[in-house]
Write a protein that binds this ligand. Structure first.
Ligand SMILES: C=CC1=C(C)c2cc3[nH]c(cc4nc(cc5[nH]c(cc1n2)c(C)c5CCC(=O)O)C(CCC(=O)O)=C4C)c(C)c3C=C
Ligand SMILES: [Fe+2]
Ligand SMILES: [Fe+2]
Length: 325
């Protein structure tokens, strides 16, 4: 057993694609103050009176349409990536390879459970690797919160480092560029490349969340490396929830307006997601495809997340090697 461990952290996903499974997941996720900052007195009635009674039925159908025999794509694909990174590290480090596990901010296995189990087995140093290239308080911030909770209840605190973001890494940008180029080798490039990032409320950015700037920087680096002129690409934000204003432009609005402006073909990539999940496989690849085609668009291509592709595995192995060097 190594004294070092890497724990990849993803958001989490329902245990089953049923209304009960989705309700349990949404209750935990949407109770996190980092995710929804509305004062509790206002939020609890909305969450318990409107969202939890009604949303799980609709969302469970969406999960059912992407669910696999092995479970939720988010979990299956996260585990695949983790296995590949472990293999790659074994090739470089042999018996000095750290332990490599995954955990989820919401649901099981939790970060606390993985750290406790590994500590019991003699692990002393941890690297938490949140699978969010761009930092947001709503995602990576919650990983820091969980770490803080562990520390608060520990006598012998674990030695933990957290990778706050990685959107600026050259090997991350290279992995995205390679993925777009591979797509363009198989399919004619579309008129537009749309970088659709998960949205957050606009107010969060006004209060200091650096997420929007990091999304734009990511897209600019990729567009520059692809030699794409400014009129061939755009950044948009998807998956908004509720009535407040979120980061704009909204992905669904862009896709429904483009055909009237003469945009007939679009390639969509979602760099805020390291791993394909409901928000990419269903919202982008199904719902938004239908919207674009129903609005008069002719050709819609979704470029998958980096998942366990070799450039992605290479990048994470580099991060691990740098941390434990
Ligand atoms: C309500 C506020 C939400 C914020 C803020 C938010 C930010 C955010 N989320 C991700 C990544 C993922 N989100 C996923 C699902 C999802 N997200 C929200 C809400 C917010 N997200 C909800 C309610 C859901 C569940 C589905 C639904 O009810 O519509 C997922 C996918 C999970 C899966 O099981 O596949 C991911 C991943 C990021 C990166 C982000 C901000 C940067
Ligand atoms: Fe989300
Ligand atoms: Fe969604």
């Amino acid at each position: 057993m190594s004294r070092d461990a890497v724990i990849f952290v993803n958001l989490g996903t329902p245990e089953s694609p049923t209304p009960q499974g989705v309700r349990r997941f949404l209750r935990e996720f949407l109770s996190d103050r980092r995710v929804v900052e509305i004062p509790r007195l206002i939020w609890w009635p909305i969450l318990y009176g409107v969202i939890l009674p009604f949303r799980p039925n609709r969302v469970a159908h969406a999960y059912q349409s992407i669910w696999t025999e092995a479970g939720s794509p988010l979990k299956v694909l996260t585990e695949n990536l983790v296995d590949q990174v472990k293999q790659s590290l074994l090739e470089v480090l042999g018996e000095k390879t750290p332990e490599v596990y995954c955990a989820y901010t919401y649901g099981q296995p939790s970060i606390a459970r993985q750290i406790a189990q590994l500590q019991n087995q003699g692990v002393e140093r941890f690297l938490l690797l949140p699978l969010y290239p761009q930092y947001s308080a709503t995602t990576t911030g919650s990983v820091y919160d969980q770490y803080a909770r562990i520390i608060k209840s520990s006598r012998n605190v674990p030695d933990v480092r957290i990778q706050k973001s990685y959107y600026q890494r050259q090997d991350y940008v290279a992995a995205l560029v390679q993925s777009v180029k591979a797509h363009w080798q198989e399919h004619t490039p579309a008129q537009k490349l749309l970088f659709s990032f998960h949205g957050i409320p606009k107010r969060n950015v006004e209060l200091g969340d650096p997420y929007q700037a990091q999304c734009i920087a990511t897209a600019e680096s990729v567009a520059q490396a692809l030699d794409l002129p400014a009129d061939r690409w755009l950044v948009s934000f998807q998956s908004r929830l509720g009535k407040a204003e979120w980061l704009k432009p909204y992905t669904d609005v862009v896709l429904s307006e483009w055909p009237a402006e003469g945009v007939e073909s679009v390639d969509v990539i979602c760099p805020a997601f390291a791993i394909d999940c409901l928000e990419t496989l269903e919202e982008i690849d199904v719902e938004n495809r239908e919207l674009f085609l129903a609005s008069g668009g002719k050709r819609y291509q979704y470029i998958k997340c980096l998942n366990d592709n070799s450039a992605h595995v290479f990048m994470f192995s580099n991060i691990v090697l740098e941390h434990f060097a």
